[in-house]
Design a protein around this ligand. Structure first.
Ligand code: GAL
Length: 506
């Protein structure tokens, strides 16, 4: 290449770069500010100071009055010339102020006084079990306080882990008839809904509600797909918890097993005492996959477990075979009628003291609490001490949401401190936000908060975080078959095939 061509190329590249950075330098949506009026302030001056022009005072007045409808600590301005020191104003972002001014018409003064949200908010989720339902209601309560004229429609489809809900939702999204908002796991699950076609990116809500500062950076990374946020997270759940009946363990002089060998010893002792050692339900087809992700992590450790989802750890290796053997051993101590039970109906054995141990996510803590049962203990399932198998529930907004404004308000409640504090203590999860008050949470959840801060965090596959939905489904199907057949070699071949079909393994 000649020197001239090279210089030419460099110049063209420089121009291109300048163009790209000019495009990406477009002002990001800003966080809303509040301002407390001081002696001598006028709306005109404040418009000049914060919005670049005194003429923008109507935007300041309108946003304050709108805010007052949701939060009476903000002022209600009846007359733009009468404002008092100490009043709190809501300062819109410059972009929001511009949009308001473009639509503002001084012959319609009602635009300055805000309007109450009305109509419906249809909320889609699978939260029907004890604890789940109470937690959701906690968030509904906060929403109703702010938007009393909106009718909330609780559009649940029962079935743990969204087994039935996800299929119904997909049909509704494709058919152009979605709920206003729906439950979505943080992570790769979103890909299964073709987000660019059906889901609204929420980057502007993240910016205006300051959500990037509210959530830990690892969670933000998990939430971003194709460079956008598609859901507002309400919690962090832990997949790997071994629950046990404390009275049963005490009566038999047992402590929770830390290794697979200890599991066998404890299970033998429980069996000898006439108690079902390991209770589980496999009715909905995801539970075996859930337990097995915890066994995988416990057998091979956090790093290798992570490698399973990136292609760095082979599914054909000896430790996957060992994990299947471990699961097979545990299943030999399970209630024989597990295929007739869901995760929560299996939990009844534990409450009744006819069952000793169960491995399930920490929504079980919310469920126990909703049942008034306090006789449960918790521990890491064998081998997972210091590992936190994590997942997070978020809410998303379909592109065709019929009540988009109500949905935006809902998403703000989902991300808010008061929304998360109302939801999580009952749901049996910890806040996605980092500023919730620990004293609102029970002893189990307080221990989960400590672990979340110090453990190795790995992503759950059974709950949408680690892999695309199609791979996660294949994985779960293999495990459900395995529970019935006990065929280690066939299950390992199936798991490898699922990884090949996902395009990750050769
Ligand atoms: C998970 C969900 C939890 C809990 C659980 C049982 O997928 O993230 O919030 O509801 O299913 O249904």
């Amino acid at each position: 290449m000649s020197r001239k061509t090279l210089i030419h190329l460099v110049l063209v590249l420089a121009m291109l770069l300048a163009l790209v950075s000019a495009v990406s330098a477009a002002p990001p949506a800003q966080e809303e500010l509040s301002y407390t009026i001081k002696l001598g302030d006028t709306l005109w001056d404040l418009g000049e100071k914060y919005l670049g022009s005194g003429f923008a005072w109507p935007a300041l007045m309108a946003s304050t009055n709108q805010k007052n409808i949701e939060d009476s600590t903000f002022a209600y301005i009846k007359n733009a010339d009468v404002i008092h020191p100490g009043w709190k104003l809501a300062v819109p972002s410059e972009a929001d102020a511009e949009a308001f001014m473009a639509a503002y018409d001084s012959s319609k003064p009602e635009l300055l006084f805000g309007s109450r949200a009305s109509g419906q908010l249809v909320v889609g989720s699978w939260w029907t079990a004890g604890g789940e339902a109470e937690g959701l209601n906690g968030m509904f309560r906060i929403y109703r306080d702010k938007y009393p004229d909106v009718e909330i429609v609780n559009a649940t489809v029962a079935g743990g882990a969204g087994t039935n809900f996800k299929a119904v939702l997909k049909t509704r999204l494709i058919g152009g008839d979605p709920p206003d908002t729906f439950q979505l796991h943080a992570g790769l699950e979103v890909e299964g809904y073709s987000p660019e076609q059906y889901i609204e990116p929420l980057d502007d809500i993240y910016a205006s509600a300051g959500l990037e500062a509210a959530f830990p950076s690892d969670l933000l990374t998990l939430l971003k797909y194709k460079d956008h946020y598609w859901g507002v997270p309400v919690n962090i759940h832990r997949s790997n918890v071994l629950w046990y009946n404390k009275a049963v363990f005490e009566a038999n002089g047992l402590t929770p097993p830390a290794s697979f060998d200890e599991f066998k010893t404890v299970a033998e002792a429980l069996k000898a005492a006439g108690i079902t050692p390991f209770v589980l339900g496999t009715k909905d087809g995801w539970e075996a996959g859930h337990i097995f992700e915890d066994i995988l992590a416990g057998t091979m450790g956090a790093e290798k477990y992570n490698g399973l989802w990136t292609g760095d750890t082979p599914w054909t290796g000896a430790d996957v075979a060992q994990a299947l053997e471990n699961f097979k051993m545990m299943l030999s101590y399970a209630n024989p009628d597990h295929s007739a039970h869901t995760w929560d109906s299996a939990g009844e054995f534990l409450i009744a003291g006819t069952g000793g141990m169960m491995i399930m996510g920490d929504w079980t803590d919310g469920w126990f609490t909703s049942k008034g049962f306090t006789g449960y203990g918790w521990a890491s399932p064998p081998g997972t001490q210091g590992i936190f198998v994590a997942l997070s529930d978020s809410f998303a907004m379909p592109k065709d949401a019929p009540n988009a404004d109500n949905t935006r308000n809902w998403l703000k409640v989902c991300g808010s401190l008061e929304g998360q504090e109302a939801f999580n203590p009952q749901k049996g999860s910890i806040c996605a936000r980092t500023d919730c008050d620990p004293s609102l949470f029970n002893a189990y959840l307080q221990s989960a908060m400590v672990d979340w801060g110090q453990d190795a965090i790995v992503a759950s596959v059974a709950h949408g975080a680690a892999a695309y939905e199609s791979w996660a489904t294949d994985y779960k199907d293999v495990l459900t078959l395995f529970v019935a057949s006990g065929d280690v070699a066939a299950a390992q071949t199936g798991l490898q095939q699922a990884c090949v079909d996902a395009g990750i393994c050769q």
